[in-house]
Design a protein around this ligand. Sequence first.
Ligand code: BMA
Length: 330
Amino acid sequence: MSKTIIGSPLPNLPWEDRPAGCNDVLWRYSNNPVIGWNPTPSTARVYNSAVLPYKDAFVGVFRADHRNGRANLHFGTSKDGFTFEIQDSVIPWVDESGKPNPVSYAYDPRFSKIDDWYYVTWCDDMKGASIGMGRTKDFKTWIRMPNPLMPFNRNGVLFPRKIKGNYFLLSRPSDSAHTPFGDIFLSESPDMIYWGKHRHVMGRGGKGWWQGTKIGAGPVPIETTEGWLLFYHGVSGTCNGFVYSYGAAILDIDDPSKVKYRCSDYLLTPEKSYETTGFVPNVCFPCQNLYDAPTGRIAIYYGAADTYTALAFCQVDEVIAYVKAHNEAF
Ligand code: BMA
């Protein structure tokens, strides 16, 4: 048992114990990838996707690259968190009056439940890459909200509850292309419409090179007794292109712009063939985690090689101990 995660039980969390002989903090699911090439008639690749518990099963918002190469979001369901029924049509966004309000493209969704609403954030087209935001209560009516931040920006990630009365959003200001820079910033809002009090949280760089080019928030942060546990991706610029790994940091519970601990080493880097080979090689891109608070078990969904959806597992106390033991302040 563990009392570290402040949250609900999820006894049906998709899970596999650490394999014998493995000493890594994070370990991969032995049947990865969980989603492969051409998963629905209209989609070539589904990856960088987000799954949440719903009743005694799961719901998800999936990044789907269509056969014309353009990305959009599809809704899907799962009984066990390992196998998915993904709709072949895109999420039909409407405005507050119910009028269709489609996106021109959408990718890298994060999915969070705050009070009675399920919120989606994604990379949206607002005359260039920006943060999109929308919400639903029933996975049938999807209400597109105003873009919270100006372009260019990506990796918008909401905190799962208000902090001192305000909503909080992490983001990564960028450029309109494949951004060769990028730090994580924080904004807050009283109503999910007006966002301000922008501040810097974490910069790229440090002693390790895995996060030397840019970083971006991954899944919705997990509330723990040590602070917000944030998994985030870090990018290294090699002579053969970008390499995406992911690591973790712990942010102050009342003021998440303060980094308490940040791990100098990655927790997972492209090693397996489904991570090193695909549409874009050498990419591990986490977008969502699920957890079971009483046992401290965490499952992380990550995109692999911009082609596959994969799963990794860890235990919260081990991750926190590792992050503290490898803390690097910068
Ligand atoms: C980023 C995003 C991600 C993608 C990654 C690696 O800029 O576009 O969707 O996984 O690049 O290609």
